[in-house]
Design a protein around this ligand. Structure first.
Ligand code: SAM
Length: 233
């Protein structure tokens, strides 16, 4: 880990938006999901949720695209299971839905805690997803085709989300709390060591400015002695 790389990881975490996420409603094509994850990362989304069958999720995770390391992608069995906990904590649910009564996506206020709900390739957002939504949004289309590819729609909407949040100063100061920031930074900078700590019930040791352990030898010694700080993972 070079100091520059570690600095980059820190900068990315400074931009992360803990009150912004995506839920995909049975989007199943691996290339679409991968493109959505990349776009989510670029907008500062740290966690997103995929309502999909387990076998499709395994196929998706198996592709191991680079951006998967930076965005936590969590599977849920159905869209209600994904949306209800977020709705209960105050997120507005914006369903991307191609209907006559949907509002232009540029009219929504994305500075509020927000879920962007994206629909399946053929069927769009399910009835359950539409029902849980606070607003249905649409990207105007002026051509012959009736809809965008779902990952393209995600990109267009997230560009507007980024614009509004940037204007509101939401990328100007760190929004992750200390615990989430330091935990994620450690996992990104020291992926193998973080796995070892979790498997062995150890707290993550402190990192220096280069992303290395402050005193690696002393920590290894403490682990061998059984005196390293523990943590209930
Ligand atoms: N036949 C489907 C329908 O009527 O919803 C088309 C699904 S579209 C190919 C897949 C997803 O991309 C949609 O569910 C929505 O999430 C997103 N999408 C595509 N075009 C969109 C648009 N113009 N506005 C908003 N979302 C769009």
């Amino acid at each position: 880990m070079t100091a520059a790389r570690f600095q980059r990881l820190r900068q990315v975490l400074e931009y992360r938006q803990p009150d912004l996420t995506i839920v995909t409603d049975n989007v199943h094509k691996v290339r679409n999901l991968s493109a959505i994850v990349r776009t989510a990362d670029a907008a500062g989304i740290g966690t997103m949720y995929c309502a999909m069958p387990d076998k499709d999720y395994k196929a998706f995770k198996g592709t191991a695209m680079g951006s998967h390391s930076w965005v936590s992608v969590q599977r849920q069995p159905d869209v209600s299971a994904a949306l209800r906990p977020l709705k209960a904590t105050g997120y507005q649910i914006l369903a991307t839905h191609l209907a006559d009564d949907s509002v232009d996506f540029r009219e929504a206020d994305y500075t509020r805690p927000t879920v962007i709900l994206l629909g399946a390739e053929k069927l769009g957002v399910s009835a359950a997803g539409c029902e849980l939504a606070d607003m249905h949004i649409t990207i105007p289309m002026r051509g012959m085709v009736q809809s965008f590819n779902v990952s393209v729609a995600a990109g267009i909407i997230l560009a507007e989300v980024e614009r509004q949040r940037q204007l509101a100063g939401l990328y100007s100061e760190r929004r992750l709390d200390d615990q989430a920031y330091h935990r994620t930074l450690f996992e990104w900078a020291q992926p193998r060591l973080s796995e070892y700590c979790r498997e062995n019930g150890l707290a993550y040791p402190a990192l220096n400015e280069d992303g290395e352990l402050v005193d690696g030898l002393a920590w290894q010694h403490a682990v061998r002695e059984g005196s390293a700080t523990t943590f209930d993972w």
